[in-house]
Design a protein around this ligand. Structure first.
Ligand SMILES: [Zn+2]
Length: 118
């Protein structure tokens, strides 16, 4: 914990690849209607710390409710690896930690996030 690290990640079929630099010691488990269904463990970063390396054109954008978030998923394999949103005037990315290479999910401290109430 307490270490900034760059992780690579991808959807299941590998069309969409990305890189994120973050200190990931904790993961949020969200109870909203979409995360609850897809079992996300996530963290949020500023868009500066995130880069799509390939497959941007393979992404499908899904929005619902207040449409504040772009719930992107791969049009081929259906995996939702990350999403984008704006908060406090900044562009942010929420990353599905289960899609990162070499991250030990079981070592993370899981925090509950009450997305249902937003
Ligand atoms: Zn895919």
């Amino acid at each position: 914990m307490g270490e900034m690290k760059t992780y690579s990640g991808s959807c299941h079929c590998g069309k969409i690849r990305f890189e994120v630099t973050a200190d990931i010691g904790k993961a949020s488990s969200c109870n909203c209607s979409i995360c609850g269904r897809t079992g996300w463990l996530m963290t949020s970063v500023l868009s500066d710390a995130f880069k799509v390396l390939s497959g941007a054109e393979a992404q499908v954008d899904y929005q619902f409710g207040s449409k504040t978030m772009h719930h992107l998923f791969c049009g081929t394999c259906g995996v939702r690896a990350f999403g984008t949103y704006a908060a406090d005037g900044q562009d942010k990315i929420v990353v599905n930690l289960r899609c990162l290479d070499g991250l030990d999910i079981d070592a993370l401290e899981i925090q509950k996030f009450d997305g249902k109430s937003y």
